[in-house]
Design a protein around this ligand. Structure first.
Ligand code: FNR
Length: 183
């Protein structure tokens, strides 16, 4: 049966390579996966004082969606060799136990795009630490590092066939990971 995935991008800008990559993956309609994109735009800065008496509206709604999802796809840039604050901030809300850690035992797939020759490896390594702390279950392999992404993603679409094929295989691995964890 179809697994419902919440897709989030770690960049907020309009022309984001990572947003394009996420949108492309959602549009591909991979077999057995339905990817619904949720923006982090409305998520406020984390403040534990705001958690008392329930999470703020946008956070509560977003966390509810994560909780209900079969898995999470995170597509993120790397900023200063680390995870963008926007994304880390959102994960701090999601993983906070004050109300509910909705990342608990949640299958996650990571991906990242960068115009540099690196591949968002530092960003994803930090993310894996955070996800481990929240007891989430990130897929180990394949790892999706899209370097020199501006040459592979043009006019908002993944135009490189090898990359598109790799992403399709990764999506199949993610679905398999979710199915295995459900057993
Ligand atoms: C970057 N960029 C960057 N790239 C990289 O590969 N490693 C890095 O450490 C950084 N650091 C960094 C810091 C800051 C503050 C910015 C704004 C950018 C470049 C980055 O990969 C590039 O701007 C991407 O296009 C950002 O992702 P989106 O917005 O296109 O998804």
């Amino acid at each position: 049966e179809t697994k419902n995935i919440i897709g989030i991008a770690g960049s907020l800008r309009q022309e984001s390579l990572n947003k394009y990559l996420l949108q492309f993956m959602a549009d591909e309609e991979y077999e057995g996966l339905n990817i619904q994109i949720e923006s982090l735009e409305e998520i406020p800065l984390f403040n534990a004082d705001l958690e008392t008496g329930g999470d703020p509206g946008p956070v509560a709604r977003w966390k509810q969606k994560l909780k209900k999802a079969d898995g999470i796809l995170i597509v993120t840039p790397e900023y200063s060799h680390g995870t963008p604050g926007v994304l880390k901030n959102a994960l701090d809300w999601a993983g906070s136990m004050t109300n509910e850690n909705v990342l608990y035992h949640k299958p996650v797939m990571l991906a990242g795009a960068t115009p540099t020759r690196m591949g968002t490896g530092f960003s994803q390594a930090q993310l894996r630490q955070t996800l481990a702390a929240c007891d989430a279950y990130p897929l180990q392999q394949p790892q999706i590092f899209i370097a020199q992404a501006h040459k592979l993603i043009e006019n908002g679409k993944v135009t490189d066939e090898k990359t598109a094929d790799f992403l399709k295989k990764a999506a199949a691995s993610f679905r398999e990971w979710i199915v295995q964890l459900e057993k």
